[in-house]
Design a protein around this ligand. Sequence first.
Ligand code: ADP
Ligand code: GLC
Length: 488
Amino acid sequence: MKIAFVATEAVPYAKTGGLADVAGSLPKELEKLGCEVKLFVPKYSSIDEAKYGLHYNWDIGEMPIRVNGIIRSSHVHQCTLPESEVQVNLIDCPHYFHRGRIYTNDADEDERFILFSKAVIEALQRMQWSPDVIHCNDWQTGLLPLFVKDNYNWDKLFDHTATLFTIHNIGYQGRFSKSVLLSAEIRKNLFYPGGPVEHDGGISFMKAGIVFADILNTVSNKYSHEILTPEFGAGLDKVLNLRKKDLFGILNGVDYTLWNPGTDKFIPYKYSLDDLSGKLMNKKFLLERFKIPFDSKVPLIGIISRMVAQKGFDIFTEAINDLMNLETQWLILGSGEQQYEHLFRQLSQTLPHKVGSYIGYSDELAHLIEAGADMFLMPSRYEPCGLNQIYSLIYGTVPIVKSTGGLADTVHDWDELNRYGLTTGTGFSFNEHTGHALYTSVERATRNFHNQTVWKKIQKNGMEKDYSWKHSAEKYIELYKLAKGKRS
Ligand code: ADP
Ligand code: GLC
C-alpha cells in the first residue's frame, strides 16, 4: 500500500504539539507493516538542513504554484525519517514558510496551507507516484481532498487515490473569509449557505476535509463519539453526523524509541519497572535544577502543556488556593496564553520552595519532567487523544486526568475503596469540569502516594501497559483499505 502522509509538523523537524509526535512515528510503523510511505511537511526556516542531511530534489525541480493569483516558486528537499526508510519531502516556499513560527496570525495564514496542499499534489505529479491514499491531518490539509477530487481531477494519476482525513483537534478549524474561493481557486458553485466549504458565511478548511475525504477518523474512540455532539463538535457536529458511517476513532500510539525511561537520552538516570531507583534520582536532579528542596515524601506533580483553555487551566486557576495548600511540589512547562504564563511565573516567584516553572518550549525538560515527577496532571476540558498522559504511564508517573476523549480511553481510575474489586487502575480521573473535582482528584492521588504498596501497584499497572503504534497502525491500514475501496 502506498501512502502519502501529509502533516504540518513532524518530529524531529518541527513541533508545536502531539501532531508532530504522530507524524514522526506512525509512518515508521506503517512502513514496518509493509506500506511504502512518503511524508510531506513544510520546510520551515527553523529546520536545519545540515543536521537532517537535506538534499534538493533536482528531478522535481521548481514547482510554480499559483496562490491568490500570484505564482510562488516552490521546491522539494528530501531526507529520510530517522530509523526508517520513510522518504521525507520538505516543501520549500520561503515566502510562506520562513516566518520564524510554524503557525502565525498573519493575514495570509490560509494561503500558506493552500500552497502546501497544492505543492504536495504537484510534487506527487512530478514524481509520477500514485499513492493509494493521501493521509491528511488537521485543518491545514483540509482542502487537499477537495483539490484531488476537483481541481486536479483531470490527472489520471489520482484516479484511484483515496483520501483519509484525521481530525486531531476539532477546536482548530481553519476558518477564513470567502476570499479563499479565489486564492485557492475553488469552484464558486461549491460555496453556498450550508454547502461543503461554507461555515458562517466564510470558508472552513476543516469542513471541506470532512465533506470531501473518503474516510475520516479522530485520535481516540471516545473523542470520535464526543465530536458528534453539540458540546464537543465545535459547530461541526451536524456535518460530522452526516458522515457518521465513515468516521472512526484510532488511538495514537507511542514511539517507545523516544519515550522510554530505560533508554531516554535526555534523562541522567535510566530506570525500569524492575528497578525504580533511577526515578527518584531524576526527581532530585530535576528539583535541584529549579532550586526546589528535595523530599522523597512530598509528591512532585508535573504539567507539560500548551497553555490554552482547552487544557483545563481555567479549573486549575479556580482550585489554585486549595491545590497550593496541599503538601505537594509542582513543575510546570509550557507556553501559550498570557494569563496562564503570568499565573505560573507568579506562583514560582511567590512559592519558590514549592513551584518551578519554565515558560517556553524544551524537549529536554519535557523528558526530565516525565521521568522525575511522581504524578502528571492533565485536566483538559476536552482531549482528542493526549500523549503526555500515555508517556507518563511508561515513566511510572501517575496521571491525574479529566475523564474525556483520549484521557478517558488511556487512564483507568484507581479504585482505592476497591468497590469493584479492581486493582487495575493506572491513575486518577474525575468527570466534572470544575476546580473542586480537579482538587479532589489531586488530593486523592497525594493520599494514595503515601501508601507505598498501593503507589507501586499503580505505577506497575501503568508501566506494564503497551501503547506502541503497531496495533493502531494496523487499524490505519484497515481504514486505508476502506478508503481505497471507495475509489476503485
Ligand atoms: P496537544 O497536541 O494538544 O498539544 P498532546 O498531549 O497530544 O497535546 O501533545 C503535546 C506534545 O507536545 C507532547 O509531546 C508534549 O511533550 C509536547 N509539549 C507540549 N508543550 C511543550 C513544551 N512547552 N515543551 C516541550 N514539549 C512540549
Ligand atoms: C491534538 C490534540 C491531542 C492529540 C494530538 C495528536 O493536538 O489536542 O489530544 O494527542 O493532536 O493527535
